[in-house]
Design a protein around this ligand. Structure first.
Ligand SMILES: [Zn+2]
Ligand SMILES: [Zn+2]
Length: 807
C-alpha cells in the first residue's frame, strides 16, 4: 500500500468536513474541554509561527477528545486593523474585500494542515454581527463611567494628519512619509482599566497554570509600588513641587530634582528663571520626541538657573533641572535625584558636576555607626543595594529597609511627605483615527453633549465606498452621510464620532463569543458560556503576555461586574509556544528566511510537518528549522506505514507487549504533564524500533499504535485505522489504557556472583541504576554471608543479567 500523503490528507480533510467530525455541542452530562489558540490576523498567508501554534493546539484538542472530553476547538479571525487599511491605500482597494479574500485564503491553508476546528463557530471581528457587541460592551462601560473622553498628548504626523502608535514612529519620523513626528493634545476615548488594578494584580495569584514569566510581566506592567510623595519647596516661596519615590530611605542623599519639560510649574516661575531662553528651547526640542525615545535614549538635561529647591529632610538647597527622560504624565512629573544610590542619577551628576551624598553604607564598609568611611568622590558607580543609614540624622545606623518606613512616617508627621501607592498601569487609550475598526457608538449633540447610540440602533456599521488615502485625518470624519445624524435624545442635528476602536478591544472577549457564535440577541448565551468557559488551555505567543491577556482579564472582570459572567479569570492554563527560527533568526520577510508551510505540505504532507514541529523541540522552546529533520519525520511516518504489510496473526512477543504498555504510560504522562510532545513521540519511536526488532506485529498491536499516534499524525492514522478494518473514524476510539500487570513485569532476575560463583539471585526493576542495585545486593543476608565481612574490591554489573563481586 502506497503512502500517497496527498491523496490521503485530502480524503480525510473532506471526511472531517462533511461529517462535521469536530462540531462541539453543549452536553451537560459530559465533561467539557475548551482548547483555544490565539486567532490570527488575516494577512493572507499562514506562516510557520501559526502552524506551530495551531499544531500544538490541535494535538491537545484531539488527544482530549480521545480521553472522552466534549471538546470545543474553534477558529476565527482578528480581522480589523491597519494592514487592511494600508493595503487599501497602496492598491486603492476596499479593506473589507481585501480582508475577506485573505480570510478565504487562510482557511484553505488551515484546512490543509488538518486542524480539528469546529468551523460552524468561525468568527471574523470585522463582521457587523460581531462588532455590534463591541459597541454594546463599550456603551455598558460608558454607563459605568469606565469609558470616558480626555485630552492627552499623542504622536502626531502633521503631514498624514493622523496619530501614530509608538511602533509607527521610526527615529522620530513617520514610518510612511518620514515627516518629523510631533506631540499633540487630542481628545480621545479611554477605558478605565485602572479601576480594576487591584483585582488584576491580586488575581494573578490564582493563575497557577500560567508561565511564571507571563505573571512577572503582568505584575511589572501593573507596577504597584508603595512609596512616599515628598514635598520639595522652592526657596523663599510657598510653592511646593511634589516628587514620588519608593526610596524614602535615600531622601537625605537627594542633591537635585528633575522636572519633566511639560511640568506646569515652569510657566509659573518663568520670571525667576535667569536662563529662560535655554529652557524654552529645550522644551521645544522635547516636544518633537516620542515618549519611547525620551525614556529609552535620552540623557540630556538643563539646569533651571536663578532658583533652587529645598530638600525638606535636611533643608539643603538643591538645583532644579529639566530633562526629557522624565515624563509629565507619569507620577508627579518630577523626581528627586540621589546620585550616590541611583546609577542614572550618578551618571547625570558626574556629567554636570553635581554634589553626591552617601546615605546608605554597603554592609562591608559600615564599621562606624554614624557617618561613613566612604567618600562620594571614590564611588565608581552608584550603590543601589541595601545597607545601613548614614548622613541621615536621627535615622543613622538603621537598616535602610527599616528606615524606609520610619522616614516616610516621620515625613508624614512633619507634613513634608505622604505615604502613597503608585501604579504603573494607565488607562487604556482606544481611539484610532482609522477607518478599518469598530465605530465608537457615540453622538455629539450641541444641546445634550455626548450621547451613546441607543442599544436598539446597534450596530453602527462602517459605511462602504470610502476613499482611504492615509492623509487628512480620519476617513470617517469626511463621510458626511455617516457623520451627520439626529441626536437620539433631542432629535436635533448632531454629529457621529468618527474614531474607531483599537483592535485589542475586539480580541478582549472573542473567546466568549465562540461559545455561542451565532447568537444574535446577546453577545453570548449565558448557559453556553457557563458550560464551556473557562478556556481550559490557551496557546499563543509570548508577545501577548501583557496587552491582550491583560485586556481579556479586564473585560472578564467587567462583564462579571454587570452580571454577565460568574468567574473572574478567563484562561485556566496558558502555554506560550516558542518562536520558529531559521539559521538562528526569527523567520521574517525582511530577513528573507521564510519557509512557506505550503511548500512543505506539497513536498511531504501535513502529517510530516506536524511531526517535525512536535518532535524537534518542546513547545515552549524555540524551534530551529531543519530540512534534514523534516526528511527524518517523513521517514518515521513511512516506517510506521510499512507495518501494515507486516501484519501476521501470531501472538505478540511479551517484550513487545511490555514495551507497548510502557509506551502508552509514557505518552499519557507526557500529555497530562505539560504536553511534552517531543518525548512522547520519542517513546513511540522506540516502540516502533522494538516492533521491528522482534519482527512480529499483529492487528491488535497495530490498532493500539495507530490510536496513540492519531493526535500527532491524524491523516495517516485515519487511513491506517481504516486499512486495519475499522469502520468509524479513529477519533471516535478512546485513548488506550496501559495494563499495570505489564509494567510490573518489567522486572528482571539478576544473578549475583561472588568470587566467581553464583551464590544468590535478586529480582529488580529493568534498567535499575548501579547505585541502587549495589545497595540492594549488599544488604542481602546471603551476600553478607559469602562476603565474610571482607571489603568489596570491585562491583561489576552486566545490566539486567548479572553482578560480579570481587573481594
Ligand atoms: Zn506621515
Ligand atoms: Zn441632543
Amino acid at each position: 500500500m502506497q503512502y500517497d500523503f496527498n491523496k490521503i490528507e485530502q480524503k480525510w480533510q473532506k471526511f472531517w468536513q462533511e461529517n462535521k467530525s469536530f462540531r462541539a455541542q453543549m452536553d451537560k452530562a459530559r465533561k467539557k474541554y475548551y482548547c483555544l489558540e490565539m486567532f490570527p490576523y488575516p494577512s493572507g498567508r499562514i506562516h510557520m509561527g501559526h502552524v506551530r501554534n495551531y499544531t500544538i493546539g490541535d494535538v491537545i484538542a484531539r488527544y482530549k477528545r480521545m480521553r472522552g472530553y466534549n471538546v470545543l476547538h474553534p477558529m476565527g479571525f482578528d480581522a480589523f486593523g491597519q494592514p487592511a487599511e494600508n493595503a487599501a491605500i497602496k492598491h486603492n482597494s476596499d479593506p473589507e474585500e481585501w480582508t475577506y479574500k485573505c480570510i478565504d485564503w487562510m482557511k484553505v491553508e488551515l484546512k490543509k494542515m488538518g486542524f480539528s476546528y469546529d468551523w460552524d463557530r468561525e468568527i471574523a471581528t470585522c463582521h457587523p454581527d460581531y462588532y455590534k457587541w463591541n459597541q454594546w460592551i463599550f456603551l455598558k462601560m460608558m454607563e459605568k463611567g469606565l469609558a470616558y473622553k480626555k485630552a492627552s498628548s499623542v504622536n502626531w504626523c502633521p503631514n498624514c494628519e493622523t496619530t501614530l502608535a509608538n511602533e509607527e514612529v521610526i527615529n522620530g519620523a513617520c514610518w510612511r512619509c518620514h515627516t518629523q513626528v510631533a506631540q499633540k493634545d487630542l481628545e480621545q476615548w479611554y477605558l478605565k482599566i485602572t479601576e480594576y488594578q487591584d483585582a488584576l494584580l491580586e488575581d494573578l495569584k490564582e493563575l497557577v497554570n500560567w508561565p511564571a514569566r507571563v505573571i512577572a510581566m503582568q505584575e511589572n506592567w501593573i507596577g504597584k509600588s508603595t512609596g512616599c510623595e515628598i514635598y520639595f519647596r522652592l526657596e523663599n516661596s510657598d510653592t511646593v513641587i511634589p516628587v514620588f519615590t519608593t526610596r524614602a530611605d535615600t531622601i537625605f542623599g537627594a542633591t537635585y530634582i528633575v522636572l519633566a519639560p511639560e511640568h506646569e510649574i515652569i510657566s509659573k516661575i518663568k520670571d525667576q528663571i535667569s536662563n529662560i531662553k535655554e529652557i524654552s528651547d529645550y522644551i521645544e526640542q522635547a516636544k518633537a520626541k516620542t515618549k519611547l525615545e525620551r525614556m529609552e535614549k535620552s540623557k540630556t538635561g538643563v539646569e533651571i538657573k536663578g532658583i533652587k529647591a529645598v530638600n525638606p529632610a535636611n533643608n539643603g538647597k538643591v538645583p532644579i533641572f529639566i530633562a526629557d527622560y522624565v515624563l509629565g504624565e507619569y507620577g508627579t512629573g518630577a523626581i528627586m535625584a540621589v546620585p550616590a544610590h541611583d546609577q542614572r542619577d550618578f551618571l547625570f551628576a558626574k556629567e554636570h558636576g553635581l554634589t553626591m551624598r552617601i546615605v546608605i553604607q554597603k554592609p562591608e564598609t559600615s564599621n562606624t555607626l554614624s557617618g561613613t568611611n566612604q567618600k562620594p568622590e571614590d564611588l565608581e558607580e552608584a550603590y543601589e543595594g541595601d545597607g545601613v543609614q548614614a548622613n541621615s540624622a536621627q535615622f543613622d545606623g538603621l537598616a535602610n529597609q527599616e528606615a524606609k518606613l520610619k522616614i516616610a512616617q516621620w515625613m508624614e508627621k512633619e507634613g513634608i511627605g505622604k505615604i502613597q501607592t503608585h501604579w504603573r498601569l494607565k488607562d487604556w487609550l482606544i481611539s484610532r483615527q482609522r477607518y478599518w475598526g469598530t465605530p465608537i457608538p457615540v453622538i455629539y449633540c450641541e444641546g445634550c453633549g455626548i450621547v451613546g447610540v441607543p442599544y436598539e440602533d446597534l450596530p453602527v456599521t462602517l459605511p462602504g465606498k470610502i476613499k482611504i488615502t492615509g492623509e487628512g485625518g480620519s476617513p470617517l470624519s469626511k463621510a458626511e452621510e455617516f457623520i451627520s445624524v439626529k441626536c437620539p435624545k433631542c432629535k436635533k442635528a448632531a454629529r457621529r464620532e468618527s474614531d474607531t476602536m483599537a483592535t485589542f478591544f475586539d480580541s478582549s472577549w472573542y473567546f466568549l463569543r465562540y461559545c455561542s457564535a451565532r447568537m444574535d440577541s446577546a453577545l453570548f448565551d449565558k448557559a453556553e458560556v457557563s458550560y464551556w468557559m473557562k478556556v481550559d488551555q490557551y496557546i499563543g505567543g509570548i508577545e501577548h503576555a501583557v496587552l491582550h491577556l491583560l485586556y481579556s482579564r479586564f473585560f472578564t472582570k467587567f462583564l462579571k461586574s454587570i452580571g454577565m459572567l460568574s468567574f473572574d479569570e478567563p484562561f485556566d492554563k496558558l502555554l506560550t509556544q516558542g518562536m520558529v527560527l531559521k539559521d538562528g533568526e526569527v523567520m521574517s520577510k525582511s530577513r528573507g528566511n521564510i519557509v512557506d508551510p505550503d511548500e512543505i505540505i506539497k513536498k511531504y504532507g501535513a502529517d510530516t510537518l506536524r511531526i517535525f514541529i512536535l518532535f524537534t523541540a518542546p513547545p515552549e522552546a524555540e524551534l530551529e528549522w531543519n530540512e534534514a529533520a523534516i526528511d527524518g519525520s517523513f521517514r518515521f511516518i513511512m516506517r510506521i506505514w510499512r507495518l501494515l504489510e507486516k501484519i501476521e496473526s501470531k501472538e505478540t512477543p511479551l517484550e513487545v507487549r511490555r514495551k507497548l504498555h510502557s509506551t502508552i504510560k509514557k505518552v499519557t504522562e507526557d500529555m497530562e504533564g505539560g504536553f511534552k510532545f517531543n518525548t512522547a513521540i520519542s517513546a513511540i519511536m522506540e516502540l516502533v524500533n522494538e516492533i521491528y526488532r522482534a519482527d512480529a506485529v499483529n492487528k491488535e498491536m497495530l490498532n493500539t499504535l495507530v490510536i496513540v499516534l492519531a493526535p500527532f499524525i491524524p491523516h495517516a492514522a485515519e487511513e491506517m485505522w481504516q486499512a486495519l478494518g475499522n469502520r468509524e473514524s479513529a477519533f471516535t476510539a478512546s485513548w488506550p489504557e496501559y495494563g499495570e500487570e505489564f509494567l510490573k513485569l518489567d522486572k528482571v532476575e539478576i544473578a549475583i556472583q561472588i568470587k566467581g560463583k553464583v551464590r544468590d539471585k535478586i529480582e529488580m526493576d529493568v534498567d535499575i541504576g548501579e547505585e541502587k542495585l549495589k545497595q540492594a545486593v549488599l544488604e542481602r543476608e546471603q551476600v553478607k554471608k559469602w562476603l565474610e565481612g571482607k571489603p568489596v574490591k570491585k562491583f561489576i554489573v552486566v545490566p539486567n543479567k548479572l553482578v560480579n563481586i570481587v573481594v
